[in-house]
Design a protein. Structure first.
Length: 344
């Protein structure tokens, strides 16, 4: 969301070294915010020590978390060996919804609950999804660049323009964000198909959407938008094979996780014209390499993993993460435990 500080592994405050022996210690492994003043204020007001790092490798993470009583993490890879080094941790809190950077089973074996913050950016991501869909279907970006070049009129002819009420949109994943995307699209009178094997079909129908299989969604949708988590069953859910089953000249939208899409397969489909356009906020890998064709393709609208951002959402995220950490240190029952560790 923001450019991280350049230091690799730097304590936020020297005060922590003076107090760590007598109070609990909350450690932030990595962050992309300008500062951690919000988190530090909450933790210190609760009477605990606070330290922050920019630890991005297993080698730098192990000493950072070894004596932590609570760990807050953003993108750092909390692999099994890192979790095994947590001698005192009573919770791991993820800044965000997805927890794919944390080995959940390793944390469960260690008896450490993992919590996320699932409520913080629902409207932001849903709004951004609609903005991306409108940008692609109404040629917003292309028309802007066309005028900046001193030109007038249509940049690419009539064919790329679409009316949402005439589109069938396939929504993959019908959690909080997927449902909000559907609510926005139905207001534009689009037909919405939904694939989510966990959500009962009747619950989907109650929203005015149609439950379908994944194959039927691909075959019938003009626009496919992804809102599912990254897990073994969903990684590269849009592969060369599944993209080939999509309707010719359809559109791919992804604001969920970059590894849901096979990037080389998507690029090939964009080059061939089988996929007419893509709107992407997430990539695999991230940051997107400077020489990636996705940065240069005129039919691609992209952003650097910023769809979740608003001042309100970011503050909510940071406050919630810090409060969950302090709840764990007080021995309270924790919200949003995602790895099945039972609470007192």
């Amino acid at each position: 969301m923001f450019d991280p500080p350049s230091s690799n592994c730097e304590p936020l405050s020297e005060k922590s070294e003076r107090t760590r022996s007598i109070v609990a210690r909350v450690v932030v492994t990595d962050y992309t915010f300008p500062s951690l003043d919000i988190e530090e204020a909450i933790v210190r007001q609760a009477g605990h020590d606070f330290a922050a790092f920019q630890a991005k490798s297993v080698e730098s993470l192990i000493p950072a978390v070894a004596d932590a009583d609570a760990v807050i993490t953003q993108f750092a890879p909390l692999k099994a060996e890192v979790i095994a080094a947590m001698n005192n941790a009573r919770v791991i809190v993820r800044y965000g919804i997805g927890v794919d950077n944390i080995e959940l089973e390793a944390a469960a074996r260690a008896g450490i609950p993992v919590c996320n913050v699932p409520e913080y950016c629902i409207d932001e991501v849903a709004d951004h999804t609609l903005a991306f869909i409108l940008a692609v279907t109404r040629q917003v970006v292309q028309s802007t660049f066309h005028m900046r070049e001193g030109k007038w009129g249509l940049s690419d002819g009539i064919e790329p323009f679409r009316t949402l009420r005439d589109q069938t949109v396939g929504i993959v994943g019908f959690g909080r964000i997927g449902r909000e995307v559907a609510a926005r699209l139905t207001a534009f009178k689009a037909r919405c198909l939904v694939f989510d094997p966990i959500v009962p079909a009747e619950k989907i129908r109650e929203t005015g959407c149609e439950p379908v299989s994944f194959d039927d969604l691909l075959a019938a949708s003009d626009i496919v938008t992804l809102h599912c988590p990254s897990m073994p069953q969903t990684r590269k859910i849009l592969s060369a094979r599944s993209i080939a089953r999509m309707r010719p000249r359809s559109v791919v939208v992804n604001l969920a996780r970059g590894d849901l899409v096979d990037m080389p397969a998507l690029i090939a489909a964009l080059e061939s014209g089988h996929i007419a356009a893509a709107a992407l906020d997430v990539f695999d890998p991230e940051p997107l390499p400077a020489d990636s064709l996705l940065r240069k393709m005129p039919q691609v609208v992209c952003a650097s993993h910023i769809a979740s951002v608003s001042p309100k959402a970011v503050r909510t995220l940071r406050e919630t993460a810090a409060m969950i950490a302090t709840m764990a240190l007080r021995g309270e029952k924790l919200p949003n435990v995602v790895n099945g560790v039972e609470q007192p």
